[in-house]
Design a binder for this molecule. Sequence first.
Ligand code: SF4
Length: 348
Amino acid sequence: MNPRRVCKPIQIGRVTVGGNAPIVVQSMTKTDTRDVKSTINQIKELEAGDCELVRVAVPDAEAAGAISAIKRGISIPLIADIHFDYHLALMALEAGCDGLRLNPGNIGEPEKVKAVALAARERKVPIRIGVNAGSLSRTANPQLTIAEQMVEAALQQIRLLESLDFDLIKVSLKAFDVPTTIDAYLSIAQKIPYPLHIGITEAGTPRTGIIRSTVGISTLLYLGIGDTIRVSLTAHPREEVIAGYEILKSLNLRQHGPILVSCPSCGRAEVDIVKLAETVEKELIKINKPIKVAVMGCVVNGPGEARDADVGIACGKTKAVLFKKGERIGVVEERDFLSALMAEVEGF
Ligand code: SF4
């Protein structure tokens, strides 16, 4: 795995992004931002899953005005997502947003961009330049690949902010196409000193979207690229946060709750290991500590993995062997498989 790319950290509220800070997991609400109560409720659900930054869409003045009330009801930093209307960016800043996501290019005249940059700098609020493959300018050079066009678009917008003496910048370059996204990030990572927010845009429903996002995000993280991640899914945003942490845990980049090791089951299994593993997975949602739990289906390969985990169970016909920290600690009857395993997990 490559060492992490060196970049200039920025501060979004109390969360540091970039530098040596842990890679941040973020999401975006799917409520109408003008509906303060529903938006706060959804953000609280995200907070319960340890989402660290949340973005809300700001399509109009009423949504911008709702930010201060939303901020009062939540604990994590809030990023306002703005398109086109610089007044909304100024209003969101006034309302106390901790970050802005916008494309200076679609804000229009330099004077408007300047007004936003000055107001953001005064409040020390960073701006994410978020380039999406689907919204590249029609004037982009057709000789360039899509990835190159995305990089060019980002660089133009970075230069615009830098010319206004603004450097609290974070950048994202997202496409639905995974190789395009990876190419774009690989290119820009060498050209700028700013943190990168990574993700695959419009990745789809959980079944395919998690895979698509994982392929793109993990490839970049393995190469040392990425300071904050979002798994964009057509689903409740809590699914995005769960998937984000699972990606980081898989690469040993963050610890977050338990890790479940379970065998796929095969003709050797003498118990319904699929059902047992699914039940254990549901129980583990309630556990906060970073613990590795193994659920194995037989006494052939089971004991090895079960020993390797903090707590493990290797199931045989009607009986199973329990392991803790590599030691065999007992034999349990089939009716006690779940309760005995969970008792060891809780007591670990
Ligand atoms: S641990 Fe046993 S039951 Fe599970 S897949 Fe391996 S051989 Fe099959």
